[in-house]
Design a protein around this ligand. Sequence first.
Ligand code: NAD
Length: 391
Amino acid sequence: MTSRRRLGVGVIGFGWMGQAHSRSYRRIPTLFPERTYDPDLVLISDNVSARVDDAVDSFGFREGTTDWRAVIDHPDVDVVSICAPNMLHEPLAIAAAEAGKHVFCEKPVGGTPAQTVRIEAATRAAGVTTGVGYNYRWAPLVQYAKQLIDAGELGEITNYRGRFFSMYGSDPMGLLSWRFMLGEAGHGVSSDILSHSVDLAHMLVGPITDVVGTGHTFIPERPLPKKGGTHYDRGEPGDPIGSVENEDYFGAMVEFENGAQGVFESSRSIIGPESQNAFEVYGTKGSLKWNLETMNELDVFLVGQKTRGYTKVYGGDRYPYHGHFVPGDANAIGFEDMLTIEDHEFLSSVAADRQHTPGFAEAIDYVSVQQALLTSWETRRWERVTRLAPR
Ligand SMILES: NC(=O)c1ccc[n+]([C@@H]2O[C@H](COP(=O)([O-])OP(=O)(O)OC[C@H]3O[C@@H](n4cnc5c(N)ncnc54)[C@H](O)[C@@H]3O)[C@@H](O)[C@H]2O)c1
């Protein structure tokens, strides 16, 4: 057996993402035998004590606490995994960096561009390795799409369409959870799901230089949340209501540095598409399209193919990472498998003492675009993207 570096992991926030990443850390040893580290689940923190108990009882954390500071202070914790709501990203990430801990933070790394800038500056000054939860980068067929683009199979990229349409806020009886509050989530879809779409475009096509965009809130009021409930609970007619403080929708046109033209749309209150994080990339020699809802399929059109039309490519072990989960062709993998690849890659970077991609530098790439979009929403004009922190 090769010697591996023990990496003590502390997780803060044990909701959807905290549980998903914790499952990843546990199963990495069974999926990545070539790993250079062993994750050690040291400490879990959530402000709901029943979730802490579950994390210790069912997920195998050594200890649990309702005080997040204990995670950062624990001498056996090397990596802090931030899976708490957006408003906590800044205090948590900065405290972790100042304690010299490596930081993985769920997107959007703070709720506003200004918060992301402060977080990135603190981690850069501390010299710790950072990772951001842009998990869709790691889907095997997204990786394959990047290989095709980088190999020139599509020719010069001419245009890009990115959209993230989700129904998570489409029911007006859905509660006014933290996601709808400026002080807790930061901005709406522009901080939340649009960040994924633009990050995928950054990875596949490159930097964006100019933008014009607009936002809108379609459901301005929602029932107030109940104590101890979750984002997924529903209110009843007649329940007390409160105002939604951030946008349900954002649409944008963009220009990329390489001359490609792009459009993006994201909505959390649309009816129909349930989790349609999708992109289309068009080039002078071909095009391709991918959609999270059918994440094990990639449609590819190449000029000069004998049979004209899109070829449907199914996921399989000949594409990056897929064979770690299931052998053969067209045996599907799923959402949490992407997170496991993400966590494995991040911990590999930490174990190798190197900076990670996507890290907080890539979070800055996104919020620089977001800031230009928010300005454009106000000015109703095209705006130039200015990078908000040094590279
Ligand atoms: N990458 C993705 O696909 C993806 C998907 C969903 C959410 N996210 C991001 O993950 C983060 C968490 O989202 P979620 O859906 O898991 O939310 P969630 O509401 O399901 O979970 C958040 C958890 O944090 C806990 N928490 C709140 N205050 C705390 C405190 N002071 N100390 C410790 N724990 C505290 C809550 O009790 C809850 O268990 C957000 O930043 C969100 O944007 C990313």
